[in-house]
Write a protein that binds this ligand. Sequence first.
Ligand code: NCD
Length: 312
Amino acid sequence: MSSIRDVVSLKLFSREQLDGILDLAESFEDIARGKKRSELLAGKVLATLFYEPSTRTRLSFETAMLRLGGQVLSVADALQTSSAWKGESLADTVRTVQNYADAIAIRHPEKWAAHNAAKYASVPVLNAGDDANEHPTQGLLDLLTVRRERGSIDGQTIVMVGDNKHCRSNHSFADGLANYNARLVLVNPPELALDREQIKEIEAKGRLAVGETTDLPEALKQADVMYIVRIQKERYSDPAEYERMKGSYKVDRAMLEAAGPNISVMHPMPRVDELAPDVDDYPGACYFRQSFNGVLIRMALLALVLGKAQLR
Ligand code: NCD
């Protein structure tokens, strides 16, 4: 099996690689929960360079590294506190940080920032989100969540609700799902549709069936998994357009109960107003387990790119 250096896009991964990463991730469960100690990444340093806000992604990368015995350098507000503020290019920053760290996790407001960073860097680069484009580590933790909650990814109907146009988590999750014999139903206002090109790419793989509807209650009746995201306010260049779309979809517990008792409810978080707090007690609500799965996935990816684990 080929080794992995960078993790910039899920488009480049085969089904075998994805399954291998999920298996490896699950093997770290006890270490992720702090029940077992590990020195697997002792002596290794991860730099997290975040040019956009984050809670889960950055902290789960960091705890993944720490729990595997590695160490972390963290720039949490890189637009203000790194030399980017003085006008330094990302290429120069990356070629500097590679002198201090063995891998770089980067989140950036420009499309392709991580892909470009990977071209310059002599160390592995992990894309923690580039603009509205991709978020591959989130896509992997979402795949793992479906597998853990439902027992398998094949055979599931995933109803993806909301800002399918701007949410990079949805883009990467859909890229991952494209490798499985499952069904993806996109539910969004027409203005927030997933890019046609991406749908074509997914369909060309011949595994995932993609459907689209604006009828949320009907879609939920077919759902094994509902994946919902907030409207991505920061991606709107026109505030009037955001104001128009704000509040255009919302799911509450009564809607889920009307559809059935057994839907796994996923959300990459943060939640704003699209998913009511009363869903937290619905039996299938699993978004906090989902954020734990991010630690497992990031452990697996760090172990792989730092050469301390291999895919079978
Ligand atoms: C997502 C992101 O940053 O793209 N959040 C995350 O990483 N968990 C989704 C979002 O911000 O809505």
